[in-house]
Design a protein around this ligand. Structure first.
Ligand SMILES: [Zn+2]
Length: 1057
């Protein structure tokens, strides 16, 4: 080993230069990380594929400026040099560097790190007078030459650089080592990868433009990092995440108060950031440092309804009382992501681009400011939606600078709009890759999957001893849970069993499938389709606990005292099962009710055997019901809640499409199954928490803050109900009593308000949270986790692995080395929580999209489907919020318009605009006009007209207009169960969209049909809302059709790259 010195010139955070001398050791042997290596120099870890035409070595400038281009998975054989990585880290900071590290770690990207500066023969010291840039380029070139020679010339090596001089200098020095520009590289080697070339051009443009920037300051400079840090520590500044008010994006933003860092005890609310200057270039989602303004400059948040689209009209709004107000002094962390934007219309384009090629694009998300980009495609892409990334926002620039990444498609088309929703929520669901699918077991007619004999012998075999069955909605194909119940010999004890698909047998930790599932974290349910977390060969086949086939399972078996039902013993472990009956809910309930129904599995049997089997099944169902009642009663005693959201469920037809969302008939068997799953989750939570007190994944549901219940309590009071929110038990009991016999919707709305007041249930690592916060408020359980749906939730996969590790450590007495640490688990829990939130938002937005597509081409004045009954659930300063049961839709209704006219009611109930004034009270709002006073109370039924407000740059929105203060009654509305409209509209829109695309398809040349494999592994378009609804019933705690209220949790979304 040779010792040398390396001199570095680093920038300090104050902007000065620091000279650092480091000892530097050179070695003869450094991992080359190529699978073609003949020197055997690689220890372990990721290797570069040998199956490429060349290797490519980007120089420091390319890694610094064009990393995004290198992120395309299609580009293979990339060697990142240590020189380039360190230089990029230095120039672009930690975030950029983390991205690079992520790329290097990810086995789905064919790229490696070569530590060229430790390699004795590739290292080159800096020469006198040589600039840092030139030196870096020379180092990278030397590394490329070394690499070529080291692999004995088996692969040509291409170095890419943006430095024209370097290209001239090096391009003909060594045969086999080529030096070309990035653009030439992409054009010659990846001519089909159009997207990469476009991205390159767009970044190059952005870089050019940035050099020609002005110097006039638009904003105050941000404070340097160490000043912020010290200020936050001392309490002078407050750290928090910026959340922009969607409806007043120009003016109103809040910084979410992050408790511990703040010493000002008075301050327990959000901090208001008013106006653009005070927001000082912070973008929604950024973590910022805020300085409070003097009290005299504080102002209040606004309570009245506004259209998000329009500019603010000052002075007119009723402001609530002054609240802590501040200004942003610095950015602690940027959380920029991909943004979907629309180009300005042609007319504006010309006025904008007089002197430069820069144009201002408008983000789909109201909370994001306009972005300056340079492009020549603005006219061509007029009607398209485009993805843009932010590059910088200097104090001299009124708007942030960015560059285009990819064109999504024509605005307004279903596919574009769905893709927009996915991008906006950072949901990345590419088709499963070939490499990943190669990991999957095969199960075809020619090659049926078979159980491994060694697996069979290592598992507890329940196939002959246990009557196992599943109860699901009709047509369910991914069965991840089954049940069993039997009386143990002696007759004194019962044995209850919950058997869950053994997904972790097939998905090994660290495999590509595991990584992909971890990234997705959940199956995503949109209104018309779903994006699966696992490939279908697992989710719909080998992991699905179908009837009559042998399957691996993870089981929990409880021995219960036959009389008291107390738990005497619990067994956890891997099993083999063969489900005897795949029942659906209605069938199971009919059996329990003693109705003469046929069980398909028994049809072929002769009568004595049939009778015996039927009696066995019936007895099992009855015992199960008895046990579940007992379990539910135990939880009820301590305050389990039943909330709004549980009552709709999906009805699937023969082809497994949703036929309707029908109100849940209160079948007891639903609760029976749910109760058993909750029980299994609870016991598994106890088990893994005992085994791993500092690194188990649990799920808790924090008790809500009392002030969030104010609306619920006040609203209920206006109807004479008293809601007691002191505990979950009190709340549950008082909600049960708050029933208006005349109007069942009142109770439903109260339950919705209760749901709204609550926080979301969240995953956490036991080491990252004090034990008194483990409690699950909604379920009234001390310990809870998710174990029962590993096919569609990654948390359950982690929990299965934890459970196996717990069982293993009991056997051999030692902890598993492969277990995630508390820190890793904590980060993973946050990532899963974040993905779940994204999944919920995306789903909500997709439902809104369908609502708009449904109403878009109906004439609101003539089409009776545009008129609906609505019930008032909230009173605002200039209007009301209403719920439309027929369409499951919520929205705002204005009682005062921009011309200052108010709604007045004629004798027949019809509404019209008239000059007048408006007065808001706690439980009602009144308008005063020359014709009299008209009052709208909470829970009043009114009639509204639905129309769609189209938007070029944002999502279309539904507009509601009051047409009568009377309840709207039609035969249709009467006969139709609530909630059903929603699925009808999804179907209608999808059908129309498919017809349209079919026509377009026919007009074009006929495309080849999907291959069988493609069809099989494509993301599913089959709606399966069932699982989602079950999730809600487990208190997902987010009302999917809620409209925006001030206290709603802001959508936070960090870059998922
Ligand atoms: Zn080697």
């Amino acid at each position: 080993m040779i010792k040398t010195e390396k001199v570095l010139h680093l920038k300090s955070s104050r902007g000065g230069k620091v000279r650092v001398v480091r000892e530097h050791y050179l070695r003869e042997r450094v991992d080359c990380r190529s699978s073609l290596c003949q020197d055997d120099c690689n220890s372990d870890g990721k290797l570069l594929s040998g199956d490429v035409t060349h290797y490519v070595v980007p120089d420091a400038g390319v890694v610094r400026d064009f990393l995004e281009v290198l992120e395309f998975r299609e580009l293979q054989g990339i060697v990142f040099t240590q020189t380039a990585c360190q230089a990029a880290h230095h120039a672009r900071g930690r975030r950029h560097y983390n991205r690079l590290r992520g790329l290097l770690k990810d086995p789905r990207h064919d790229c490696v790190l070569f530590a060229n500066e430790f390699q004795q023969y590739s290292y080159c010291p800096r020469e006198k007078g040589e600039t840092q840039e030139k030196w870096h380029t020379r180092c990278v070139y030397h590394a490329a030459v070394w690499y070529y020679n080291h692999l004995t010339g088996q692969k040509p090596v291409v170095m890419i650089s943006e430095d024209e001089e370097a290209i001239k200098e090096y391009s003909s020095q060594n045969t086999g080592v080529y030096v070309i520009s990035t653009q030439e590289y992409l054009q010659s080697f990846w001519p089909d990868l159009q997207a990469a070339q476009e991205l390159y051009t767009s970044i190059a443009h952005a870089l050019q433009e940035r050099e020609s920037e002005g110097v006039e300051k638009e904003y105050t400079e941000h404070l340097p990092a160490e000043v912020l840090e010290a200020g936050i520590k001392s309490g002078r500044y407050i750290q928090g995440m910026l959340s922009v008010n969607k409806h007043r994006s120009q003016n109103e933003a809040f910084v979410r108060f992050e408790g511990s860092s703040n010493k000002d005890t008075e301050l327990n609310s959000d901090i208001l950031i008013s106006g653009g200057k005070h927001r000082n270039r912070a973008v929604h989602g950024d973590v910022v440092a805020v300085e409070l303004l003097p009290r005299s400059e504080w102002s209040g948040r606004t309570n009245s309804l506004t259209d998000g689209q329009t500019e603010e009209k000052a002075g007119e709004d009723t402001q609530s009382k002054p609240m802590p107000t501040g200004r942003v002094v610095g950015i602690v962390q940027r959380n920029w992501r991909d943004y979907v934007v629309t180009f300005p219309p042609k007319e504006e384009l010309h006025s904008q681009s007089r002197n430069t090629q820069k144009i201002l694009v408008i983000p789909w998300d109201y909370r994001i400011p306009k972005i300056r980009i340079s492009t020549q495609q603005a006219e061509v892409l007029q009607d398209h939606r485009v993805i843009v990334r932010l590059d910088s926002w200097d104090s001299t620039s009124l708007y942030p600078n960015g560059h285009t990444v990819r064109v999504l498609g024509k605005a307004g088309e279903l596919e574009t709009e769905i893709q927009t929703i996915l991008v906006e929520n950072c949901i990345h669901v590419p088709p499963f890759s070939e490499a990943q699918l190669r990991e999957m077991p095969v199960n075809s007619r020619e090659q049926p999957w078979q159980m491994d004999p060694s697996e069979v012998s290592s598992r507890r075999d329940l196939r002959d001893t246990h009557l196992v069955f599943s109860i699901d909605p009709l047509g369910c194909e991914d069965v991840d849970d089954t049940l069993s119940i039997r009386t143990l010999p002696g007759g004194k004890r019962l044995e209850l069993g919950v058997h869950i698909a053994d997904v972790t047998h097939f998905v090994k930790k660290g495999s590509l499938t595991d990584l992909e599932a971890r990234t997705r974290a959940t199956t995503y349910y949109m209104a018309d389709r779903r994006y699966d977390m696992l490939p279908p060969v697992l989710s719909a086949d080998l992991c699905s606990l179908l009837g009559g086939v042998d399957r691996y399972a993870m089981s929990v078996l409880w021995e219960l005292d036959d009389e008291t039902l107390a738990v005497c013993n619990v067994w956890y472990g891997r099993t083999l099962i063969r489900s005897s009956y795949q029942l659906h809910y209605e069938l199971a309930q009919s059996l329990l009710n003693g109705e003469g129904v046929e069980v398909p599995e028994l049809l072929q049997l002769e009568s004595p055997e049939q009778g015996q089997k039927l009696a066995d099944l019936l007895q099992a169902l009855e015992t199960l019901t008895r046990v579940a009642r007992h379990l539910r009663a135990q939880r009820d005693k301590v305050g389990a809640l039943e909330l709004e959201g549980v009552e709709v469920r999906a009805q699937l037809d023969k082809d497994k499409n949703i036929a309707a969302l029908v109100p849940k008939q209160p079948l007891e068997v639903h609760e029976t199954v749910a109760e058993c799953m909750i029980y299994a989750n609870h016991w598994v939570a106890r088990k893994i928490q005992e085994s791993f007190p500092h690194q188990a994944l649990l799920r808790h549901h924090p008790p809500p803050r009392q002030e969030f219940f104010n609306q619920l309590v006040d609203s209920a009071k206006s109807r004479g109900f008293i809601i007691d929110t002191r505990s979950n038990k009190a709340l549950a009991d008082s909600l049960d009593r708050a029933v208006d016999p005349q109007d069942p919707l009142v109770n439903r709305l109260l339950r919705m308000m209760a749901t709204q007041a609550m926080s979301n249930a969240l995953y956490f690592s036991t080491g990252a949270c004090p034990e008194e916060q483990y409690y699950h408020y909604g379920l009234a359980l001390e310990r809870y986790t998710h174990f029962t749906s590993p096919i569609r939730r990654y948390a359950d996969i982690i929990v299965h692995r934890l459970l196996m590790a717990a069982i293993q450590s009991e056997k051999d007495g030692c902890l598993h080395k492969t277990l995630d640490s508390n820190k890793e688990l904590h980060e993973l829990a946050q990532q899963i929580n974040n993905r779940n939130r994204a999944a919920q938002h995306a789903q909500k937005q997709s439902i809104e999209l369908f609502q708009c597509l449904y109403f878009r081409d109906k004439d609101p004045l003539t089409d009776e489907r545009c008129v609906a009954d609505a019930i008032i659930y909230s009173i605002r300063a200039n209007g009301i919020l209403v719920f439309l049961p027929q369409y499951g839709l919520k929205g705002a209704v204005y009682l005062k318009n921009r011309e200052n006219k108010v709604v007045s009611v004629r004798d027949d109930g019809k509404c019209e605009w008239q000059a007048g004034t408006l007065q808001r009270y706690l439980d009602r709002v009144s308008t005063f006009t020359s014709t009299g006073t008209h009052t709208f109370h909470l829970f009043d039924h009114v009639t509204v007209r639905i129309s769609v407000v189209p938007s070029r740059c944002h999502a279309d929105s539904v507009h509601l207009e009051l047409i009568s203060n009377k309840q709207h009654r039609t035969e249709r509305a009467q006969s139709q169960p609530s909630g059903r409209g929603q699925s009808e509209l999804v179907r209608e829109v999808v059908r129309r969209e498919e017809e349209a695309s079919l026509q377009a398809e026919e007009q074009k040349a006929r495309r080849p049909k999907f291959s069988k494999e493609e069809r099989e592994f494509r993301q599913s378009k089959t709606p399966n809302l069932y699982s989602l609804l079950q999730e809600i019933s487990e208190l997902a705690m987010l009302d999917l059709t809620v409209c925006h209220l001030p206290n709603n949790e802001a959508q936070t979304c960090s870059t998922s790259a």
